[in-house]
Design a protein. Structure first.
Length: 282
């Protein structure tokens, strides 16, 4: 999940978020559509400057505000994309946008998660090429995890499900990727108090070094201080304003770039990883 980012699917916030009502989408008072669009553009420039090729979802005024969080409606394997099924009702039509983009890009579709199963991309963490960890919580359920295991078994991939806590409740967004950001094959940023214990133990057994993000910054940012995108091993993009978490990553040899994201990320419960669906890392 932290190899060099080559190709990535994104969606501009300019149209998608333009008319979003915070109360409907569970966004905080800091949400501001025009500011979010500017912050998204600054983030996209950092991603492009890393050398990644950015593929854009169609920029429609379709009212799908959360569709800017392209990490969640699909997952990409070495044999093609898996079209997911969203746990958040307002996001149910987003996977079709991804399917159209993959058709245009020539990326084959390996399979689909079907309701009543649900899996969101933010709950999926590749521990290595043959091991996928999935958080079971308000967005991803047991039926979805079972379907994912069936789709990936022929590829020799083992799928492990881990229970997530409820934390801020059913309407809030807590994915497995909310409590871990891989930074290199052997390095991850974590908020250990919310990590599923068996997942923590698996990471430790594999010798992955775990950096603790600052707990106060995690609380104050509603978890977004921890949501960090690697564009290459130890080359990361993070939300500005969390110096202790950034310093912990720098102490582990990471180069940290930041962008202002109060209106886009902190208000809307999604950070740099959530704004990107990596299609190719190598
Ligand atoms: N992977 C992620 O953590 N995605 C964040 C999605 C935020 C969006 N507002 C949601 O509630 O789905």
């Amino acid at each position: 999940m932290a190899a060099k980012l080559r190709r990535v699917l994104m969606r501009s916030a300019a149209s998608a978020m333009r008319h979003a009502k915070p109360a409907e989408w569970h966004y905080g008072p800091g949400f501001d559509a025009a500011r979010a669009a500017r912050q998204h553009q600054a983030f996209a420039e950092l991603v492009a400057a890393s050398g990644a090729e950015v593929e854009w979802l169609t920029d429609d005024d379709d009212g799908l505000a959360d569709s800017v969080f392209t990490h969640d409606p699909s997952l990409v394997t070495e044999q093609g994309a898996i079209i997911l099924a969203m746990g958040k009702a307002l996001r149910r039509s987003e996977p079709a946008l991804h399917e159209s983009a993959y058709a245009r890009m020539g990326v084959p579709i390996l399979g689909r998660i079907e309701f009543p199963g649900s899996v969101e991309g933010g709950d999926c963490v590749w521990v290595d090429r043959q091991t996928l960890a999935i958080g079971r919580g308000v967005r991803t359920n047991e039926a979805g995890i079972g379907q994912m295991a069936d789709l990936l078994r022929p590829l020799g991939v083992d799928v492990f499900g881990y229970d997530l806590p409820l934390w801020h409740g059913e309407d809030a967004c807590l994915h497995l990727m909310s409590v871990i950001s891989p930074l290199a094959d052997d390095l991850a940023l974590v908020h250990a108090p919310l990590l599923p214990t068996a997942f923590y133990q698996m990471l430790r057994r594999r010798g992955i070094t775990l950096i603790e993000g600052d707990a106060d910054e995690f609380r104050d940012s509603f978890g977004l201080s921890l949501n960090v995108l690697p564009t290459a091993p130890r080359e990361v993009i993070a939300v500005a304003g969390f110096p202790k978490t950034a310093a912990a990553m720098e102490a582990a040899g990471c180069r940290v770039q930041t962008f202002e994201a109060d209106a886009l990320c902190i208000a809307c419960e999604g950070g740099p990883t959530c704004l990107t669906r990596p299609v190719l890392r190598a």
